[in-house]
Design a protein around this ligand. Structure first.
Ligand code: CP
Length: 322
């Protein structure tokens, strides 16, 4: 039976901790002088991204290489997709070369699930599908919070976390909200009513426990974690805000409002950031920002995901990464 990582929805708490504990064991590999372990030697990882990416693509590539797997990145612009090849023919063609894992990003929600259904021997990892899910981003955000709150002698349960901005189109928010609901955390969604409709939480997550705020200050009150989201203009077919200047006046996260409403909070942003639109440069580069840690942890989390899907031997603790 071939395993996949298609989303966070449906994962149990122990599944989440299994990914986090495995990622934790890989953090140290990236801090070595020689950043390479033989764990996936002889395995092949294909990264096929139908949408642009800086962080996710490069970190999957680095993660595979640090595990000694052979990795290739299929450039869609230079592929036969441009000649009209369908998604299913593209992934079946790639599977014919016997890769162990296909990592896929696609603008259509459900594309990696569709691919997984049609592949017999290859694991599929969802690297972001439309506005649906971005599971490895949620895991790297959790790892970042786990590391930070460990320094405060806290875990990642019992937190108050708020997602600010374009929640409606955010696959990052969807995956992360599923994770925080599973951990039993208090989740708030904050943004204009067009981007965070009153009934959004019930429709998307089937729960009334998520609080929705259109007033930024009110929503931020006493949060432990603020997740700033990019305005996903590429997924907006209509105008959801009058213009970005007006939006930023009401929803840009500044140090001033954080100091007043949530003085102890830390800030995450999945990137790419639009400084001055959803987050001020002062916050992005300031002491509460964990944004660079998120990027660093992206490699360890993707090493863990590739390892758990492509390994042929033993549990993490039984495998020497040396
Ligand atoms: N967070 C994220 O998915 O970034 P990229 O689009 O650069 O991969």
């Amino acid at each position: 039976m071939v395993d996949h990582l298609l989303g966070i929805q449906g994962l149990s708490k122990s599944d989440l901790y299994r990914y986090l504990d495995t990622a934790h064991s890989f953090v140290e590999v990236s801090e070595r002088d020689i950043k390479k372990v033989p764990t996936l030697r002889g395995k092949t990882i294909v990264n096929v991204f139908f949408e642009p990416s800086t962080r996710t693509l490069s970190s999957f590539d680095i993660a595979g290489k640090r595990l000694s797997a052979d990795t290739i990145n299929v450039s869609i612009g230079a592929s036969s997709v441009k000649k009209g090849e369908t998604l299913i023919d593209t992934v079946r063609t790639l599977e014919s070369m016997n890769p162990d894992v296909i990592v896929m990003r696609h603008s259509e929600s459900g594309a990696p699930h569709f691919a997984a259904k049609h592949l017999a021997r290859t694991s599929v990892v969802n690297a972001g599908d439309g506005a649906h899910e971005h599971p490895t981003q949620a895991l790297l955000d959790l790892l970042t919070l786990k590391q930070y709150f460990a320094t405060k002698k806290r875990g990642i349960e019992g937190l108050k976390i708020g997602f600010v901005g374009d929640v409606r189109h955010s696959r990052v928010a969807r995956s992360s909200v599923w994770a925080h609901l599973t951990l039993g955390n208090e989740v708030r969604l904050i943004g204009p009513k067009t981007l965070v409709p009153e009934d959004f939480a019930r429709g998307a997550f089937g729960t009334d426990t998520i609080k929705v705020y259109s007033d930024l200050a009110e929503g931020l009150k006493d949060l432990d974690v603020v997740v700033s989201l990019r305005m996903q203009l590429e997924r907006q077919e209509e105008h959801f805000v009058p213009n970005l200047d007006e939006y930023s006046k009401e929803y840009c996260i500044s140090e001033r409002i954080l100091a007043r409403q949530a003085p102890g909070c830390v800030v995450l942003h999945p990137g790419p950031m639009n400084r001055g639109t959803e987050i001020s440069g002062e916050v992005a580069d300031g002491p509460r920002s964990l944004i660079r840690n998120q990027v660093t942890n992206g490699v360890a989390v993707r090493m863990a995901v590739l390892y758990l899907l492509a390994r042929t031997v033993g549990a993490p603790e039984e495998v020497s990464h040396g």
